[in-house]
Design a protein around this ligand. Sequence first.
Ligand code: NAP
Ligand code: F7E
Length: 383
Amino acid sequence: MGKVALITGVTGQDGAYLSEYLLKLGYVVHGIKRRSSLFNTERIDHLYEDPHVENRNFILHYGDMTDSLNLTRIIQEVQPDEIYNLAAMSHVKVSFDTPEYAANADGLGTLRILEAVRLLGLTEKTRIYQASTSELYGWVREIPQTEKTPFYPRSPYAVAKLYGYWIVVNYREAYGMHASNGILFNHESPLRGETFVTRKITRSVSKIALGQEKCLYLGNMSAKRDWGHAKDYVRAMHAILQQEKPDDYVIATGVTTSVRDFVRMAFSEVGITLQFEGCGIEEKAVLQSIDESLFIETVGSEYLPSIQLRLGDAVVAVDSRYFRPTEVDLLVGDASKARNVLGWEPEYDLAMMVKEMVNADIKLMKRDAFLQAGGYKTLKYFE
Ligand code: NAP
Ligand code: F7E
């Protein structure tokens, strides 16, 4: 019999990659998804199994991190060996608009999971992974950040996650629970939510290259992040729960890059070189040169006649609406402990990830253009 895992936030970026990973390892995976008025399972549709199939390995339950009764019932039904608590209102900027909800879902939600496991008498059986975050370091006290670096959260999201972090430590110490924090630095992928900065950039680069958009508007381009690939990071989550003793681990690449340099890298994937001019709110980036053969190779010759890219055009500009009331300027993690204890190493570097994300978005934007142009009807007609 394979192990049974329960994943909250199964419809998110990490939930999707972790489900795939655990299913390949022979787990039975249960996931909690929210009720929504539109389908919200796009990232996991390829894993979906019809409820009429016998002995399913991938089972979804409706639930919400703000509903204790619902969480307790699901945990009782599933009797999981491992819980991965990934559900959260995970957008830092949005947490300034919805601070109470972020505290409820991200902070108290974590408590609800821990307390349900305790009340159901599953303390000995069920191991818990908590999705903690490098945002805890906020206004960083040292560079690079380790498991010992003091926290200084800078957003309602980070403050809610601080509660989540400490309540996990407290339940571990108070009740001997196998509960661990993964302090994960930013991790991205083609499945990343569209409003996080990396995906926003790779989507815009693709649209600009295909002539569907003229300019990408960003906030603070000087912010620096330690960006890894989500596929690498879900392996670390699993490894943390396979340890005999629960503990907390930093998961990071150790390399930090500015948003501005991420923009440069993404445009250069389609053969475009940018020149940045001005500073602060006046900063913009103009098209300096285009490597035509690389452009045609990546974007595809069938799209060229409709594209109007001119040297000197501004394709990136600053919009202050994307600034945050308090910013996290620089994050870079030291994952030595994870390397030594878990044997964890990332397989992706930033350049590989940017390439994968840009290519995936170009494909997606071409598909969207095809559908908008009536492709859908054509496909239907021939079905
Ligand atoms: P994500 O793509 O935003 O996914 C979040 C998931 O949580 C989604 O499935 C979402 O459901 C679900 N969710 C949100 N509020 C919920 C609620 N009240 N009840 C039930 N489910 C709810 O985030 P991610 O990038 O995969 O990150 C996974 C976790 O790691 C999050 O806790 C995040 O805060 C944390 N984290 C992320 C990073 C990173 O760089 N990605 C780094 C450190 C920590 P819908 O699909 O319906 O919205
Ligand atoms: O911003 C700057 C922005 O929203 C990164 C979440 O997964 O990772 C994520 O949080 C940086 C910030 O991620 C835009 O000001 C500039 O400095 O992609 P982001 P985040 O805030 O680091 C951590 C580890 C988590 O735990 C979170 O759940 O980019 N930035 N211009 C922008 N950011 C956005 N979103 N949009 C802009 O236009």
